[in-house]
Design a protein around this ligand. Structure first.
Ligand code: ANZ
Ligand code: ZN
Ligand code: ZN
Length: 836
């Protein structure tokens, strides 16, 4: 018989469904250290369907879950859909279909696609964030945050996308453009709801240290929070205009201050500007208001500014310094005003040069500060009582002096801003708040939740800055739940992040209609032991979810102060692309391969270079998982995506590689077709078998799936040499294969007469004495330079050797953030990785 993956896969998927094989219970008999919560970043069900990046992470967690289950763990492994948000709404507007309709349709497609891959989710726990049963609790949790005083309304300049006609969080603006639609973003004053994430800045920062997360993500979170330690210094403004406070990280440079700068939006600008300067200042302020924050702070940009005519007095030496305004000082950071030290700050230096302001050296470096800025350390000079001190010593000394004289104090600032939490859009959770003319803003009573999103005919943004909900009179007009007077509902909706801030908690108890999740289920499962997803969520989702979770912790709603103990980022699956000598790219269907590894353009015969690029429609190199499942089966897709390379690395798709994996599964199938023998295993095969159990166990536990697979290939190779299929071998191998290619494994398991199902069978054990093997030392080169020497089993073939090298921790470290462009392998002797 042929390897008929189609009917095998259907048969076992139906079996698992029917028997609810993967349904999970909070079994109290399972001890705490045998419970695991393994979570995927749930998908946003876009109209495009699943792409090959989704199954990568999902397969990884699925293998791990199946492995844990077979090792006696109680495993929670759920899946759901992040279904509110802008793309669905934009798509709906474009196609004239209600977002509810398109979202439901997309979810059905996604679910079917995910199910076709044989993942061991407990589907009874599926959630969808746009389901009223779900968002009832999003609203409830928001109200807890509101009642804790962590939500406030403010008129603030926000990022406004004129195309989406909505406000965007800073995190949704990429280089001045809307992350969703690419349109340039403007600044606009709007009434907004804001969450006080800054109240949690210090804890969000400190607790990063205790997370088992990839270092690059931890660094990004720290930088995003951006803690800065310095001082607030008070300067007196001449002419009885009061005080001017500045934030500086370098109070030690106070003797080098030669001017001050206010942000154009600073409230003192109006007050202190002299009549001679008024006109120029007004003009400058109005020009600055048109620029985005990004444009204003661009480093290379020529400095601009105007003098206000006013002077401040340096608290240390009583010197008069002119006060200017310039757009390189932002209103949103520190105090919105700075003391300028051109000798030792690059931006100030450029500004001083441009406007002919004096430059006074106060730290001795080896440069002439009139010619170039000096930002290094050194003994202080021209600095009175600070002379001779180094930077840190001087900072401490000045702060002590300032505090003693009431002229300033130590201060801490964060780059992190409060989180603008409202959107002027339709397709989101309505905010459960009511504006009463007598009582102010009051919560919708909890027993009235969910506050349903009203059905509307027009869900297009109004463009006025109000959400389309504002036009639904019968919904907006209500009565105040406190005093009964006529009142209006809040019409802003929540941002897409709201639903994904807590979905991992709803999975614990998805059908509970009394609470967002019963406390005992939270205590049973939390925190998430392993969270797998793309690195693109480094700061957005992961920071917001941590924030909400900490608030819940403070409210006594959850038992841990962090939601995700361990995080793994899957690498991106890229594709090959083909480049002409002028670096322009050629669509894949225009490429010919006259000889191995040589590529030319069809028609023209121009020589092409093969490069790695993101999959894109225009290059025709997008891989559709559905088609792969159709032609090769889910087991092949799963196995191939894991075999491509280490999970965390970015790797290019290769159809040849996929075919290689398919042939391997075919061999496995053929092995199972041989007559079954109950005889003892030949000695060599027995050794290979035990080595394989050990390697697959260790590698699977460490998420090194590619090397586990290559070891299974070694075993199948050895086992295929016999004319029979040894039951003793297949009984073990089916179990080892089961997490990876679960459908075929079930079939083989049944074929040798075992009762279903192998997915719940006990993981095999090995005899340590049978696993020792000869080893060789293999030098590993990076672009030709030997960087590591690895002890590896003798006799590995090219693929197995490469896989073993790539699984090494030291090698993985060196490869972080790099791409392998070429590999040179001499089995038993050398591996050279050419990296970029
Ligand atoms: C004097 C000085 C001298 C500064 C020196 C630096 C070097 P971080 O580390 O990012 O916190 N600054 C303060 N508020 C600002 C604002 N609203 N817009 C633009 N720049 C602002 O940077 C703090 C430093 O950035 C502060 O320290 C201030 O310049 C500037 F040799 O003060 B410094
Ligand atoms: Zn947009
Ligand atoms: Zn009222």
């Amino acid at each position: 018989m042929e390897y008929d993956f189609k009917s095998i896969e259907k048969k076992w998927q139906d079996y698992w469904d029917e028997h609810k094989t993967f349904k999970t219970f909070e079994d109290p008999a399972v001890p705490d250290d045998k419970r695991r919560y393994v979570l995927d970043m749930f998908p946003y069900p876009s109209g495009a369907g699943l792409h090959v990046g989704h199954p990568e992470g999902y397969t990884a967690t699925d293998i791990y879950c199946r492995y844990l289950r077979m090792n006696g763990y109680n495993v929670l492994h759920p899946m759901g859909f992040d279904s509110f948000g802008l793309p669905a709404e934009n798509y709906a507007i474009k196609t004239g279909t209600h977002p509810k309709v398109t979202t439901e349709r997309n979810i059905d497609i996604f679910r079917a696609q995910i199910k076709s891959l044989g993942f061991s989710y407990d589907w009874d726990r599926e959630v969808s964030t746009c389901d009223p049963e779900y968002y009832k609790w999003t609203q409830w949790l928001f109200l807890q945050i509101f009642k804790k005083g962590l939500a406030y309304e403010a008129q603030i300049p926000i990022n406004w996308c004129p195309s989406c006609q909505t406000g965007l969080a800073n995190e949704e603006v990429k280089e001045g453009h809307c992350e969703r639609c690419g349109h340039q973003v403007h600044r606009r004053n709007l009434r907004q709801w804001v969450l006080k994430i800054t109240d949690y800045a210090e804890r969000l920062l400190n607790d990063v240290d205790k997370l088992d997360w990839p270092e690059p993500i931890k660094i990004m979170q720290r930088n995003w929070i951006g803690k800065s330690v310095g001082a607030e210094v008070t300067f007196e403004i001449e002419g009885g205009h009061g005080d001017l406070k500045v934030y500086t990280t370098r109070p030690d440079t106070l003797f080098g201050v030669t001017y001050m700068v206010l942000s154009p939006e600073h409230p003192l600008v109006e007050k202190i500007t002299t009549s001679e300067c008024r006109e120029a200042v007004r003009e400058y302020v109005s020009e600055a208001s048109l620029k985005s924050e990004l444009e204003r702070t661009e480093l290379n940009k020529e400095k601009t500014g105007v003098f206000t005519g006013a002077y401040a007095v340096n608290p240390l030496n009583e010197q008069r310094v002119p006060i200017w305004i310039s757009d390189y000082v932002l209103i949103s950071y520190g105090t919105g005003a700075i003391m300028a030290v051109p000798a030792h700050d690059g931006r100030d230096w450029e500004f001083a040069k441009k406007f002919g302001l004096p430059i006074v050296e106060v730290l001795k470096g080896n440069v002439d500060v009139q010619e170039e800025v000096y930002e290094g350390d050194g003994p202080h000079v021209n600095s009175g009582f600070l002379d001779g001190l180094g930077m840190q010593e001087a900072i401490d000394t000045v702060i002590a002096w300032l505090e003693e004289h009431g002229k300033g104090k130590k201060a801490v600032n964060y780059k992190l801003r409060d989180w603008i939490f409202s959107r002027q859009r339709y397709w989101g959770e309505p905010m459960p708040l009511i504006h009463c003319p007598h009582c102010g803003t009051v919560p919708v009573p909890e027993e009235q939740l969910p506050l349903l999103l009203p059905e509307v005919k027009k869900y297009e943004p109004t463009g006025t800055g109000e959400s389309p909900l504002a036009n639904v009179e019968e919904w907006v007009n209500t009565t105040c739940p406190v005093c009964g007077a006529p009142a209006r509902r809040e019409t802003n909706t929540m941002p897409q992040w709201a639903g994904s801030c807590w979905y991992y908690l709803r999975f614990l108890d998805p059908h509970n209609d009394k609470e967002f999740a019963a406390r005992d289920t939270i205590d049973y499962w939390m925190p998430v032991d392993l969270y797998v997803g793309g690195a693109e969520h480094a700061v957005l989702h992961l920071l917001y979810a941590r924030f909400w979770h900490k608030v819940f912790y403070d409210l006594g709603l959850v038992n841990t102060d962090e939601p995700f103990a361990r995080l793994v980022n899957q690498g991106m699956i890229t594709s090959f692309a083909y480049q002409r000598p002028d670096k322009s790219l050629v669509a894949v269907d225009q490429v010919e391969e006259p000889a191995p590894d040589s590529f030319v353009e069809k028609g023209t015969g121009v020589k092409l270079e093969r490069v790695v690029a993101k999959m894109s429609k225009s290059l025709k190199n997008v891989i559709n998982p559905d088609e792969i499942v159709k032609s090769y089966g889910a087991d092949s897709l799963r196995l191939y995506e894991m075999f491509m390379g280490p999970l965390q690395m970015s790797k290019p798709w290769s159809t040849q590689g996929l075919q290689g994996v398919y042939r391997f599964l075919e061999r496995v199938w053929k092995l199972g077709e041989k007559p079954v023998s109950d005889g003892p295993l030949p000695a060599e095969l027995e050794k290979t078998l035990h080595r394989t159990i050990k390697k697959v166990s260790d590698d699977t536990a460490a998420l090194n799936f590619n090397t586990a697979i290559s070891q299974m290939m070694v075993l199948v190779n050895d086992a295929s040499k016999a004319d029979v299929c040894y039951r003793g071998m297949m009984d073990v191998f089916a179990r080892l294969l089961s997490p990876y290619a679960p459908h075929l494994a079930e079939e083989l398991w049944a074929k040798i007469g075992n009762k279903p199902c192998v997915s719940l069978a006990k993981w095999p054990e090995y005899d340590e004495r049978l696993t020792v093997s000869e080893t060789v030392t293999v030098p590993v080169q990076f672009s030709g330079k030997v960087r590591e020497k690895l002890e590896l089993p003798a006799g590995l073939d090219r693929d197995a050797l490469l896989a073993a090298v790539m699984a090494d921790e030291a090698v993985k470290k060196r490869l972080e953030g790099k791409t392998i462009v070429k590999t040179i392998i001499v089995p038993g002797k050398l591996v050279n990785l050419v990296v970029k």
